[in-house]
Design a protein around this ligand. Structure first.
Ligand code: ATP
Ligand code: MG
Length: 392
């Protein structure tokens, strides 16, 4: 949010700038004017969303300028900062001009933040989302976590109209963006974490590879040194902000377990280990789930996705569930042609081969996850879950 500050007090300016920068999303002072008159005569190029006025500088004769400013920025919010003694007349004029927040100077920081929260709630920012973090983690290299997470993200956006951001958490050789796009990422996870204090919705959006309306990918840190500089707290902040602007944050966790991926998993609402129905995958899956148990992750949050599933194999889904002690949420069929074409061309399979078995299966996964979001929809979930022998 950008603010116009009307004050001569440089210390107050610094104080508000510091408090504003600490907010999520940050409040920045876009322009400063020393008086109401100057604010009217020299209008900032960008209309501010918030006008903060230091009333200590206002002469009684200038009070009508408040009305003019209020009319000029009719869609902005106003905060009036008053000294110990303030003319009642001025306060009444300010109220008439649309000022809803009056705070005492010296600034009490928590009162300032409360006022900003009220303003955020009363204006469009109340439309902040409460996104869910879904983590896809490969039990074994090449299980298909990147293919599934990227194509699932695309499906969530295009089939379910959700606003989706995928974060590629691979420490090395991250390639999620390339699975669904031919654009070279301008910014990576490392760049975003390096400027974590700046992160808000517009900044995040500017860092993504835009694959489709409502679906963007934040590429992995481009080299291991940059990946090594990431801090777990930065992941907390990134996900906290991302939840406000996206319905779903899909994580391609890869298969490395380190401080960064663990912090991301700690934040996840659901974890989907991806594996194939083969003993080596089951062994690795078991190790992974043991780690999750030792970390205290609730069993219900972890559901398996079996990739390259072929019916009639020696191992049954039931065996997998008992071996791992976790439910299978979904199976994705083996579809070599459709998947290879999609991955090679960098075009989502739901776009390239809409009627392929794998595209249909991904669409079902979107349905399962979006229906399952609301616990009251359990009936629908059960129905979908029990439908066909593709599901357990
Ligand atoms: N359902 C499927 N049918 C056929 N081939 C598939 C399927 N899913 C994935 N593949 C193929 O398997 C390969 C590995 O998939 P992917 O890169 O998504 O795995 P990953 O788990 O992300 O691997 P890594 O450990 O390297 O990150 C890809 O080349 C892809 O073409
Ligand atoms: Mg991968």
């Amino acid at each position: 949010m950008k603010a116009l500050l009307i004050s001569q007090d440089s210390q107050l300016h610094a104080e508000i700038a510091a408090q504003g920068a600490a907010r999520v999303p940050p409040l920045s002072i876009g322009a400063t004017r020393v008086s109401l008159r100057e604010a009217i005569e020299r209008l900032p190029a960008d209309a501010p969303a918030l006008v903060i006025i230091d009333a200590g500088d206002i002469e009684a004769a200038d009070a009508d300028l408040l009305d003019r400013l209020g009319k000029h920025y009719s869609s902005a919010s106003f905060i009036l900062l008053t000294g110990a003694v303030q003319h009642q007349d001025l306060l009444i004029r300010a109220m008439r001009a649309g000022v809803r927040e009056v705070l005492q100077l010296p600034l009490v920081h928590h009162a300032f933040h409360e006022a900003l929260d009220r303003i955020a709630n009363a204006t469009g920012i109340a439309l902040l989302r409460d996104g869910k973090v879904l983590a896809f983690i490969a039990c074994k290299g090449g299980s298909g976590a990147t293919f599934i997470s990227t194509n699932f993200g695309y499906g969530l956006a295009t089939l379910a109209d959700k606003k989706v951001m995928l974060i590629d958490l691979h420490g090395q050789f991250g390639d999620a963006a390339l699975y669904v796009s031919d654009q070279k990422p301008a910014m990576t996870l490392a760049d975003v974490c390096g400027q974590i204090a700046r992160v808000d919705g517009p900044f995040l959006a500017s860092c993504l590879v835009h694959v489709a309306p409502g679906f963007g990918v934040l590429a992995a840190a481009d080299d291991p040194t940059n990946a090594g500089n990431l801090k777990p707290e930065q992941i907390d902040t990134l996900l906290r902000v991302a939840r406000q602007y996206y319905d779903y944050i899909v994580l391609d966790v890869g298969r490395q377990i380190d401080a960064i991926s663990l912090r991301a998993l700690d934040n996840a609402d659901a974890i989907y280990p991806i594996l194939q129905l083969a003993l080596p995958d089951i062994r690795d899956g078991r190790r992974l789930l043991d780690i999750f148990r030792s970390l205290g992750y609730a069993v219900e949050t972890t559901r398996l996705i079996v990739n390259r599933y072929e019916k009639g194999g020696k191992l049954r889904l039931q065996d997998l569930q008992s071996a791992l002690g976790a439910e299978v949420l979904h199976t994705i069929p083996n579809d070599y042609m459709a998947v290879t074409d999609s991955v090679n061309q960098g075009v989502p399979v739901l776009q390239l081969s809409r009627s392929s078995a794998v595209a249909r299966s991904l669409a079902e996964l979107v349905e399962l996850v979006t229906a399952h979001r609301v616990p009251e929809n359990k009936g629908l979930f059960d129905r979908l879950f029990g439908r066909g022998d593709n599901h357990v």
